[in-house]
Design a protein around this ligand. Structure first.
Ligand code: SF4
Length: 490
């Protein structure tokens, strides 16, 4: 078997992430027979209004989903520099799991030996005592070269083999790459269900009809969702992306899927193929929770009285939390997680002024209701937001607090605007129900408490910023450390 080889096969192709090099790899992938794959990716993950938001390597999303599953081995196939970056990032985020790697050279790529190497690696790893599944991820160059992961065996000694292509020139964000792997696993699990009996979930599940939540959430949020749904006689199935293969069966066995994160397009397709209705958004704030209970209740076919009972049980506490935690601040929101619109809704309900929301994820039917709600309240919603758009919005509206990505936070702090990293601070707290109200209000209150401290920090660094050249930096004296601590308020 021989394959097309992009010109820098096996070398440092980090430039493949953007611009002409991405176009070149895309053309190579088409020539290698991967045109249908690229067409499907373009349909599931549409670009625009511009090409691609700044993002970490998209494949990180798939890698993370695989690494977080028990008894699942994950193998990367791509250029060494890409694999180094991906494995570094995964361990930075606490993977505590080995990242498999099948290296290649131009020769093994062109001759097809690379595919044989991948196949051999899969056979070596396929020990049913250790693994339920092995995930193989083609990065940019192997995808552009048409390395045919679909020719790998579907299972070896009962170990499932899942091969996916996650090229940076086809999958816009690492968020959507989570969907690529989740959907591939759902498809496999759905076929298994159709073929015969499958394993039960490890833990006990609530009796009766259940809702499957789509999206990585703070661990308390699915629990809160379960409490909100209980008066309707509904429970929560294992959420997706899941932690174990058998959870896929339980999620597919749910009665309604809820695309809390709105970019799980391919996963939604699997739920629909299984005959499950799908609703969007999530239970955030008073109006958001009411609308979500209405939508989920209707999709699950429960009575109007049951929906009213669920609302009566949940909404007064949320109203009380909103009244007790008013947010009096102007806040901009930027991120790449898919929950940005939900966070903005909650901020607005709590009284914040939110002039701008930017998300790297696309506009889909699952965030349409949230977009409409925000637009009706004067919020500008930017899908596929570029860093430049996020920064320009932040500079223009001069918020009391900017929630955003690392470079956005850096840009805000440079001009003395309090800012917080969305992923580490906002996504690491509850969002649903009354707990979400107080958690978010607490973040905003803590960061906007004393805006002058950022002005003091800017003043402190101003002399350094004015120097034209870098100067040797000596260890700060005790006196300077004290001044800095004063300046930033620590
Ligand atoms: S695999 Fe990731 S890091 Fe490597 S070239 Fe592609 S998008 Fe860039």
């Amino acid at each position: 078997m021989t394959m097309n080889a992009p010109t820098t096969a096996g070398g440092n192709d980090a430039a493949a992430c953007h611009g002409e090099r991405a176009d070149e790899l895309r053309a190579a992938a088409q020539a290698a027979g991967n045109a249908p794959l690229l067409s499907k990716l373009a349909t599931d993950y549409p670009r625009g209004p511009h090409d691609q938001p700044q993002t970490m390597c998209p494949a990180f999303g798939s890698l993370r989903v695989g690494l977080r599953m028990r008894r699942t081995a994950t193998i990367l196939c791509g250029s060494a520099c890409c694999v180094y970056g991906l494995s570094f990032t995964s361990h930075f985020y606490g993977a505590r799991r080995t990242v498999g790697y099948v290296p290649f050279s131009s020769e093994t790529l062109v001759t097809g030996k690379l595919f044989e190497d991948i196949r051999e690696a899969v056979y070596q790893l396929a020990n049913p005592a250790e693994h339920d599944a092995i995930v193989v991820i083609n990065l940019c160059v192997p995808t552009a070269s048409g390395v045919p992961l679909d020719l790998l065996p579907k299972e070896i000694d009962g170990v499932r083999i899942i091969g996916i292509d996650v090229p940076g020139f086809g999958v816009p964000t690492h968020a959507e790459a989570k969907d690529v792997l989740t959907a591939a696993m759902l498809r496999y699990a759905r076929n298994e269900i159709e073929a015969g009996p499958v394993a039960r979930p490890r833990g006990a599940l609530p009796e009766g009809p259940k809702i499957a939540l789509l999206g990585e959430m703070f661990p308390a949020d699915p629990v809160v969702a379960g409490r909100l749904l209980a008066p309707m006689g509904l429970g929560v199935a294992p959420q997706l992306p899941c932690r174990e293969w058998r959870d896929l069966y339980a999620a597919l066995d749910s009665d309604v899927a809820c695309a809390v994160h709105p970019f799980y397009t391919a996963s939604v397709r699997e739920f629909r193929a299984a005959g499950r209705p799908v609703v969007g958004s999530g239970p955030v704030g008073y109006e958001g929770t009411a609308a979500w209970l209405d939508a989920v209740g209707a999709a699950a076919g429960v009575t109007a009285a049951q929906i009213d009972a669920a609302k009566a049980a949940a909404l007064p506490a949320i109203r009380a939390a909103l009244d007790a935690n008013p947010i009096k601040a102007r806040v901009t929101v930027s991120g790449y997680e898919g929950s940005e619109l939900l966070v903005a809704r909650l901020l607005v309900e709590a009284g914040a002024e939110v002039p701008y929301v930017g998300t790297a994820t696309p506009r889909t039917e699952w965030n349409e209701a949230d977009r409409d709600w925000l637009a009706a309240r004067g919020v500008h919603v930017q899908f596929r937001a570029a860093l430049e758009q996020d920064v320009a919005a932040m500079r223009e509206v001069k918020p009391d607090l900017a929630l955003g990505t690392t470079p956005l936070v850096q840009a805000a702090k440079e001009i003395g605007i309090p800012a917080l990293y969305f992923t580490n601070m906002v996504s690491a707290r509850p969002l649903f129900g009354a707990a979400g109200v107080s958690a978010l209000a607490g973040i905003v209150a803590a960061q906007t408490r004393d805006p002058s401290r950022f002005a003091r920090m800017v003043d402190f660094f101003a002399p350094l910023a004015a120097k034209p050249k870098a100067v040797p930096v000596a260890a700060p004296t005790k006196a300077v450390r004290g001044d800095l601590a004063d300046a930033i308020g620590n």
